[in-house]
Design a protein around this ligand. Structure first.
Ligand code: F6R
Length: 271
């Protein structure tokens, strides 16, 4: 696991956007796994800037969103499809082929098991995910894989914990319906990605970040399983990194890695 600590949230967004640019310029038909939530908004803004400057094109990119609330239509302003259109896809509209942007919409009456299985097949048919972007829940969730989720899990429906419902209530109006279930890629689906970049910003993530990097690997803390993935980069701002043990080691390693990567390139496993 590589840990990169940036001065500000803007610098985090910049760094991740540049990884994505590098990846797409290396493999133009790359498949990206994308996350929603507050954390990646600055990243998407940065990607739009790169796109407008003709530094990157998404013409041949396929995307899979990590998760989606259950029984929320894709046009609903609370849906993650709406979020992606608002923060990224509509701004690069002339470029992205939306039939290659996949979402996990599952409405009442539809069988979540079949939708989950189909999503898995679509990911396989696309050749797997080259780079998965993740945020981090303050309870250690990745996607909506809540504590106690199986490390073997595939895309499926999950009931959200009260902690996640409370954390996300800031995004819903007082009388608005807030779902307590969601479709999510499973932990094993996430681990199948060739590369993973997890982003965390803000002091409120600092405990979860420390447990992710140096806590015991346990289904009680789903993100901890990323310690076992061979190509994970955790990119933090200073606030989110404030409780990382042995921080000097990571600062030093990041400097050394940067030198090597500038010389030999990134994403060496991608052809
Ligand atoms: C969103 C997702 C979630 C969020 C996490 C952090 O697609 O999968 O795991 O990444 O809940 O959310 P924010 O960024 O809002 O703090």
């Amino acid at each position: 696991m590589e840990v990169i600590i940036c001065d500000t949230q803007e610098a985090v967004a910049d760094r991740v956007a540049n990884y994505i640019k590098y990846l797409i310029n290396k493999k133009e038909n790359a498949t990206l796994g994308l996350a929603t939530g507050s954390t990646p908004i600055k990243l998407y803004k940065k990607l739009i800037e790169l796109y407008n400057n003709n530094e990157v094109t998404f013409k041949k990119t396929t995307t899979f969103n990590l998760d989606e609330y259950y029984n929320i239509d894709g046009d609903n302003i609370q849906s993650y499809r709406y979020f992606m259109n608002k923060y990224l896809f509509n701004k690069i509209d002339i470029d992205i082929d939306k039939s290659k942007a996949h979402f996990l919409i599952c409405l009442e009456g539809e069988n979540p098991n079949l939708i989950g299985d189909l999503y898995e097949k679509k990911i396989i048919n696309a050749g797997g995910i080259d780079l998965q972007i993740l945020g981090l829940g303050s309870n250690g969730h990745i996607g909506f894989n809540e504590p106690s989720s199986s490390f073997m899990s595939k895309t499926r429906i999950k009931t959200l914990t009260q902690k996640t419902i409370d954390d996300n209530s800031r995004l819903f109006n007082k009388n608005e319906y807030q779902p307590n279930m969601a479709m999510t890629m499973g932990i094993s689906t996430i681990l199948n990605a060739k590369y993973i970049i997890l982003i965390a910003t803000g002091e409120n993530k600092s405990d979860a970040v420390n447990r992710l990097i140096s806590g015991a690997i346990s289904s009680k803390n789903p993100a901890s399983i990323l310690q076992n993935h061979k190509n994970v980069i955790v990119i933090l701002d200073e606030d989110a990194s404030s409780k990382v043990n042995n921080i000097d080691y990571y600062l030093n390693a990041a400097k050394e890695n940067k030198k090597l990567q500038e010389q030999f390139g990134y994403f060496h496993e991608l052809k």
